[in-house]
Design a protein around this ligand. Structure first.
Ligand code: HMG
Ligand code: MG
Length: 314
């Protein structure tokens, strides 16, 4: 089986990871997290959202976070944008703070679209169309995220036909990239492949990615299933942070550390330093007052602690 030789991971921890946090997370902590992800070798970071602060208060400091980041050469940033108002916010940023990419986010299920962005799927596409046009005119790449592609917390089952219908609509308004999202983590490998194949009918391999929440522990297996199709971009979240405020019960994204460990084992390059990544996971988890969700991060930290204890007894 020919697997990709390189995989790009987009760390969505600062956005998907933190958007659902009930406790206040200060802007300086968010900026430090992005700096630590850069230091670990992440080259794609989803930093924040330009959504309504009434809907998602945790992302209200979007401008301050972007303004506070000292971006390393080669690092690309992205932000969620649901409408023209959000794009206006992005375009008003000073050049140094402006992201490289925006993400419009739709859904394969009507019920989730209503709960998450307060409109039908058809209305969302109408809303996104001028956003895509204006973003392109401003030189921004447009990624799309298609939620509930493997199941919906309100509707239940979602079929590959329903997913493909929205993939076609997104293609029609000119988005550059199609991210397939398992919002509630119910996908399993063969079903994930069936849905990915629908996206690959309309977008080239290089512009299809997977975004897997790990609610049922299937996300690493689902990444593997995508690698078997040649897909080589995934959204992951440092420390396994995350969840969507409008998807009750959904836990975090697959942890970046867990996917890096998988890829190292497969001999696939990511350019990410696992040791520094675990430091970033430990940093944000301490700031939030809990342990990382990531199995790899916890194993790595336990190994470090054991080595330190052995050293102190030598
Ligand atoms: P709405 O209430 O229908 O919007 O919300 P509206 O156009 O009627 O405006 C109402 C008010 O919101 C107005 O303010 C607007 O100015 C303001 P007022 O005049 O009443 O003071 N407003 C905004 N403010 C700031 N930025 C904006 C903006 N737009 C309107 N962009 C809206 C519609 C889409 C805005 C709302 O539903 C919303 O913000 N939803 C965001 C939900 C969200 O962020 N969910 C989490 C991210 S998606 C996710 O996690 C899934 C993903 O990870 C993939 C996966 O796992 O599935 C991507
Ligand atoms: Mg998500």
């Amino acid at each position: 089986m020919n697997l990709p030789s390189h995989v790009t991971l987009v760390d969505v921890g600062p956005r998907d990871g933190l958007q659902n946090e009930k406790q206040p997370v200060d802007t300086a902590t968010k900026i430090e997290l992005v700096h630590r992800l850069q230091a670990a070798g992440l080259r794609e970071i989803e930093v924040t959202s330009f959504v309504s602060p009434r809907w998602v208060p945790q992302m209200a400091d979007n401008t301050a976070v972007l303004g506070g980041i000292t971006r390393q050469a080669g690092v690309r940033t992205s932000v969620l944008v649901p409408n023209l108002k959000g794009l206006d916010g992005v375009l008003a940023l000073p050049a140094a703070a402006r992201p490289d990419e925006i993400v419009v986010f739709g859904a394969a299920s009507e019920a989730f679209s209503q709960r998450n962005i307060n409109c039908s799927v058809a209305e969302s596409i109408e809303r996104f169309a001028p956003v895509v046009q204006a973003a392109h005119a401003a030189g921004l790449k447009v990624r799309s995220a298609l939620s509930c592609a493997l199941g919906c917390p309100y509707q239940g089952e979602v079929t590959p036909d329903e997913v493909e219908r929205v993939v076609v609509l997104l293609k029609g308004i000119g988005v550059d990239h199609c991210g397939i999202a398992d919002t509630v983590g119910v996908g399993t490998p063969r079903r994930v492949q069936a849905v990915m194949e629908r996206a690959l009918r309309h977008f080239p391999l290089v512009e299809v990615s997977g975004h897997f929440h790990d609610t049922y522990g299937q996300a690493v297996a689902n990444v593997m299933a995508c690698l078997e199709l040649g897909i080589h971009q995934f959204d992951t979240s440092v420390a396994g942070l995350g969840g969507c405020p409008y998807a009750p019960g959904a836990t975090g994204n697959v942890a970046t550390e867990d996917v890096v460990f998988l890829l190292r084992g497969l001999g696939i390059d990511t350019g990410i330093d696992l040791d520094a990544l675990v430091d970033a996971a430990a940093f944000i988890s301490a700031a939030l007052g809990r342990r990382p969700v990531s199995r790899t991060a916890n194993a790595w930290l336990a190994r470090r602690a054991a080595a330190a204890a052995a050293g102190s007894h030598a």
